[in-house]
Ligand binder design. Structure first.
Ligand code: NAG
Ligand code: NAG
Ligand code: NAG
Length: 395
């Protein structure tokens, strides 16, 4: 991220609200045929497979996932994924002494015994949410993704729109890669050091490596900060370009990060030759391996877990759990009078704690596509770029 800061330049028309820092770039370049279009006119459950499990993900999160309509639904042409309270379905006692058996409702991830949750060490997962994927319906390798979405608002909510390899050709995570198009911490005021890490900042990340102890992401993590407002107050267009020589991330057409691996590929980017050393697991591939294979979409809203580090400051109420203790969901749940008001959960059909996705479009990679002047002119008309950037140089 430090090196990328240099990109954060000139810019800035003061009349604009919700500006992303960065430069205009050629997001609309290299786009061919539309190969995937999801406008969310309705929730197509053939296209989107729900994950049903109480497995707490890779980060020890506090939700379980279902396909119930209160957690994932389409309204007014927009997909909503919204976390709700387990206690609203089963009552509060259930969290302390019930058994959540997800087999009858179609549990499909029994990893770590995820199909049944009990309250032995901690309480039952206090949040119910949704996670959906296109593993059986759509994957692609090279192309441009455009997602128009609005993030949820609310403390300890973690929405993610991401991609995973459809076949784990190089083995389990993170050997075959992971592409995180957008993630935020939906808190209104969460600072780590002097850096605001709440809903005014978003991140895009590639993960890769040889095992979970060698999970490389720092050199391929990019961020965008809003100067005004936050990612929960308006829709933004999150972009990803997967090209044969590079991967680029965009917000509202502005390049926020790009990786063009050297000849040694991601093995070299991650300095994996130093640690763990040994043969390059992607050595027979291209410089893009493992990102030169088909990946599919995943959309989910998690709550809590290790994505929220200890040692940061949340206002007005501190983080109710520590990542070092066994019981985390219990103190989280018992402090709900602190975080629940930030969710506006019971605002009927228009809650503010939902991830809202207007559309997802994927364009095939087309090396012969030239600049889309329509979009370029339109961006000028919208004062999207500053005067000093009106003569961009295209490679
Ligand atoms: C639902 O998705 C499937 C798989 O992508 C697709 O074949 C089908 O046409 C979609 N249904 C409708 C009504 O669009
Ligand atoms: C479940 O636990 C709660 C809280 O500890 C307690 O008040 C309640 O009586 C218990 N219910 C049963 C059926 O054991
Ligand atoms: C690369 O190819 C060689 C020769 O086919 C094979 O022996 C080796 O196992 C391959 N390495 C990897 C990491 O796939």
């Amino acid at each position: 991220m430090k090196g990328k800061e240099a990109i954060v330049i000139v810019w800035l028309l003061l009349a604009l609200s919700n500006k992303v820092k960065g430069t205009w770039s050629q997001f609309y370049h290299l786009r061919g045929r539309l190969i995937f279009q999801e406008e969310f006119d309705f929730l197509n459950t053939t296209r989107w497979q729900h994950i049903i499990t109480a497995w707490r993900g890779g980060n020890n999160e506090f939700e379980y996932y279902t396909d119930r309509p209160e957690n994932s639904y389409v309204r007014d042409g927009v997909l909503h994924i919204r976390p709700t309270l387990t206690a609203d379905r089963f009552g509060q006692d259930f969290l302390y002494n019930g058994t959540l058996d997800l087999w009858p409702e179609g549990c499909n991830v029994n990893y770590n015994g995820g199909c049944v949750a009990t309250s032995e060490e901690d309480i039952i997962n206090p949040i119910q949410s949704a996670r959906m994927r296109t593993i059986n319906s759509f994957s692609f390798t090279y192309g441009t993704v455009e997602i128009r979405a609005k993030m949820p608002r609310g403390d300890w909510i973690w929405p993610a729109m991401w991609m995973m390899p459809t076949e784990n050709r190089f083995g389990p995570w993170p050997r075959s890669g992971e592409i995180d198009i957008v993630e935020i911490r939906a808190n209104n005021d969460f600072t780590c050091g002097n850096k605001q890490m709440g809903n005014t900042i978003m991140g895009s990340t590639l993960h890769f490596g040889t095992d979970s102890k060698h999970n490389i992401w720092r050199p391929t993590h990019y961020e965008a900060v809003l100067e005004e407002g936050d990612f929960a107050s308006d829709f933004h267009i999150f972009g990803l370009q997967r090209l044969p020589q590079s991967i680029r991330f965009y917000v509202d057409g502005i390049l926020i990060g790009e990786i063009t691996p050297p000849d040694g590929g991601f093995w070299e980017v991650g300095q994996l030759y130093r640690d763990p050393g040994g043969p390059n697991i992607w050595g027979n591939g291209t410089t893009m391996t493992p990102f030169d294979y088909p990946f599919h979409f995943i959309l989910n809203v998690a709550v809590g877990g290790n994505f929220f580090p200890d040692g940061c400051i949340n206002r007005p109420f501190p983080k109710p759990w520590s990542t070092r203790t066994k019981q985390q969901m219990l103190p989280f749940w018992e402090k709900r009078h602190e975080w629940l008001p930030t969710w506006n959960l019971h605002r009927g059909d228009y809650p503010t704690n939902a991830l809202q996705v207007d559309y997802i479009r994927v364009y095939e990679y087309d090396p012969y596509d030239t600049i889309d002047w329509y979009w370029y002119q339109r961006s000028l008309a919208n004062n999207f770029i500053s005067d000093s950037e009106r003569s961009p140089v295209y490679p």
